[in-house]
Ligand binder design. Structure first.
Ligand code: 5GP
Ligand code: MN
Length: 343
């Protein structure tokens, strides 16, 4: 990944005026990368003397509660004082982090799309971003938005401006989006960046423990239930799916984020090519897709589930019942296979 010189100059120019009002937004159901990149970028911009407000559509999962700076994030869903609206209205610049389409902001998308004259800058690593941003740092070969933010900070301000707190935030996104440094785009540059973060004093085992060993008993039992009772295999055991209904989630004291990672588990089966997870929400079913190697779930998600993402990790939505969603999945997988999508 090489950052474009022209874009760096354009961003530098945008940030040149001091004391600007800046808003940073990240996607719905913000994950470690969304939260980590927002917090680190906010601190970098504040160090430059800007006023920064971070806004997320809804709350982060509880296993990120320990992260420094979260208390200043405005959660749009429960923002009764209208802090997000005011910040967006007064903003000179809006940074859109870790998503490729304003629709990924769901309840917040209207506000960002319309109620502002601010310039919008995209910093993201998902495939096929929407048009309409004033400046775009779209790098799908970056393993996380945190690595992208790290690279921007390195180029614009120098790595010596990275505090321990920023380093922790950046590491969280690098770690979670790469499945603990196991997925794609694990470049020498990424590991050099991690080395710099360690030099800033972060503790890798402590962060790992804070994020991955912080679940409730209910989550552990829900995981067992989902794998044992709900995982179904089709296409000669090469494709899997799993579903969770609201009553099942209630039984295990479900909290947002509790089903994160379940979809990956089917891929621990050697011959598995693709895995799906369907989680019932109030208004629709959230779809998560994962694949191995050349099987492209970004294409699959776009074609069959109104979504997208990355080649091996994508998502989407379904607006019909769970039964119909699963039937649609089974049929779609079959069609996808016939067209050569499963290799
Ligand atoms: P997850 O399964 O972890 O929720 O999402 C996997 C990837 O797919 C993420 O990179 C996420 O941004 C993307 N993704 C998830 N849901 C949607 C969606 O509804 N639309 C689009 N375009 N991408 C999604
Ligand atoms: Mn990400």
């Amino acid at each position: 990944m090489t950052l474009s010189e022209d874009k760096i100059s354009a961003l530098s120019e945008l940030l040149h005026q001091p004391r600007q009002q800046i808003v940073i937004v990240a996607h719905t159901n913000p994950d470690g990368d969304a939260v980590g990149s927002s917090l680190a970028w906010a601190e970098a911009l504040r160090t430059m003397g800007h006023q920064v407000t971070c806004v997320v559509p809804n709350k982060h999962p509880y296993f990120l509660d320990w992260m420094n700076g979260l208390e200043e994030m405005v959660i749009f869903k429960t923002d009764e004082e209208g802090r997000a609206e005011a910040a967006v209205r007064d903003a000179d610049l809006i940074f859109c982090l870790d998503f490729n389409s304003l629709s990924r902001l769901e309840i917040l998308s209207e506000l960002i799309a319309r109620n502002t004259t601010a310039k919008r800058v995209l910093i993201d690593h998902h495939l096929s971003p929407d048009e309409g941003f004033d400046l775009m740092f779209s790098y799908p070969t970056s393993s996380s938005t945190c690595f992208l933010v790290y690279s921007l900070i390195e180029r614009l301000f120098g790595v010596e401006t990275i505090s321990k707190r920023m380093a922790e935030s950046l590491y969280v996104g690098m770690m979670t989006d790469t499945g603990n440094f196991a997925f794609s785009f694990l470049t020498p540059e990424l590991f050099r960046a991690v080395a710099v973060l360690i030099e800033r004093g972060i503790s890798v085992p402590e962060i790992h423990n804070n994020v991955y060993n912080a679940y409730t008993e209910g989550r552990a039992r829900l995981f067992g239930y989902a794998i044992n009772r709900k995982m179904q295999l089709i296409e000669d055991g090469t494709v899997a799916y799993m579903s969770l209904m609201e009553n099942e989630m209630r039984r295990f004291g479900f909290q947002q984020g509790d089903s994160e990672g379940f979809v990956n588990y089917a891929l621990t089966i050697k011959k598995m090519k693709m895995s799906a997870m369907f989680v019932a929400q109030r208004k629709f079913i959230r779809v998560s897709l994962r694949s191995r190697g050349d099987v492209d779930v970004n294409v699959f998600a776009r074609k069959y589930f109104n979504g997208g993402g990355h080649k091996n990790a994508a998502g989407g939505k379904s607006f019909v019942s769970m039964r119909e969603t699963i039937d649609h999945y089974i049929r779609s997988v079959h069609e996808f296979k016939e067209e050569g999508g499963l290799g």
